[in-house]
Design a protein around this ligand. Structure first.
Ligand code: PMP
Length: 350
């Protein structure tokens, strides 16, 4: 009965709740409240089940080409996966193979330590400053790789290209992954640094700014060398990660730049109005350049507000973890959803 001795044991990542009940205000997993680009629906309408008999293109060329065109890079600099979770997981496996620790912030995307654990990668967390900022000098130490989101999650704080470049300059011997899941809500992407740094990998997703969390599309852009290494690992795990319908829907979504600009701008303006209202109610929060706000209230317990909102069918995200147990992460929904949220919030903290 010793078979369990050989089990790879891990404490898994806990995704945000996907409530089974209808009629909820869902502000807990940073989804986009608007539908994907209109032409994506046309693709679905025209899709024939006959196509399902055949394997998808293992190179995902149609999607890679659309992304290469949109981001002005060569197709050989683009890698795609089943959401950026898949892309980052592959990147951990491919690039973090040192005995030295991989570095990431203490308050950050809570999947990084899970991947490090599951792949047996040593890691060290670097505390953010008091106001949740990255101090680039803290990354000036021996390491086996570096990863951080920009803007960071769950804080929403955006770091400048200057900060990122400082980290890159100090770490020519490490792969540096910048997870730009939330970059399209007012941040400046560090894609421009790719010309100078062969060891930089920029990861983005269709789940937030392109409203396609349910389709599962993520991508990485980096040097041709890095993308080749990623593909070698991917093709050693699963050749067919991207299914046929996802590939065509994803490519179509990337081509509609006007819709992308319109919807991201709507979210940005709702976010700015939300900041104003939260401040008026006495909440404090670091300035967010993402599609969520990480807020706390000096007089009201975050866990209590979370539970009370849930009773009213309003879902936000809460972690009972060191440094952040008095914060709520509130995704920006439509103006109407935010109004419902504020009506409930006022009732709870009155
Ligand atoms: N990175 C960060 C910082 C995130 O918050 C998320 C969303 N949970 C992801 C990556 C993964 O998103 P997806 O797999 O949907 O692309």
């Amino acid at each position: 009965m010793n078979w369990e001795n050989n089990v790879r044991r891990v404490v898994p990542y806990t995704p945000g709740e996907q409530p089974k009940i209808m009629d909820v205000v869902k502000l807990n997993t940073n989804e986009n409240p608007y539908p994907p680009a209109p032409n994506v629906q046309k693709i679905l309408d025209d899709f024939s089940t006959d196509e399902m008999r055949l394997y998808p293109d293992p190179t995902a060329q149609i999607l890679i080409d659309a992304l290469a065109e949109r981001y002005h890079v060569k197709p050989s600099q683009v890698f795609v996966g089943v959401g950026s979770d898949d892309v980052i997981s592959m990147a951990f496996m491919t690039f973090f193979n040192s005995d030295k620790p991989v570095l990431f912030p203490d308050v950050t995307y809570s999947f990084y330590d899970v991947w490090a654990e599951v792949y047996r990668i040593p890691y060290q967390t670097i505390p953010l400053t008091e106001d949740f900022r990255i101090n680039p000098d803290d990354y000036n130490r021996e390491n086996g790789g570096i990863i951080f989101p920009n803007p960071n999650a769950p804080t929403g704080v955006l770091e400048s290209l200057e900060t990122i470049e400082k980290i890159l300059q100090a770490n020519p011997d490490s792969v540096v992954i910048v997870d730009e899941a939330y970059i399209d809500f007012g941040g400046e992407s560090c894609l421009s640094l790719l010309e100078k740094y062969e060891n930089l990998l920029v990861v983005q997703t269709f789940s937030k700014s392109r409203s396609m969390a349910g389709m599962r599309i993520g991508f990485a852009i980096g040097s041709e060398k890095m993308i080749k290494y990623l593909n070698d690992v991917k093709f050693s795990v699963n050749s067919y990660t991207m299914n046929r319908i996802t590939l065509v829907c994803g490519a179509e979504a990337v081509r509609d730049e006007a819709y992308f600009q319109e919807t991201t701008q709507k979210i940005i303006s709702t976010r700015e109005a939300t900041k104003q209202k939260l401040s008026e109610l006495g909440f404090v929060f670091p300035d967010s350049k993402s599609n969520f706000i990480f807020a706390s209230h000096p007089e009201h317990d975050a866990g209590m507000i979370f539970e009370e909102l849930k009773k009213r069918r309003i879902f936000v995200r809460y972690w009972n973890k060191p440094r952040i147990s008095q914060h709520l992460r509130i995704t920006i929904g439509t103006d109407e959803e935010m109004n419902k949220f504020f009506t409930a919030l006022q009732e709870i903290i009155k």
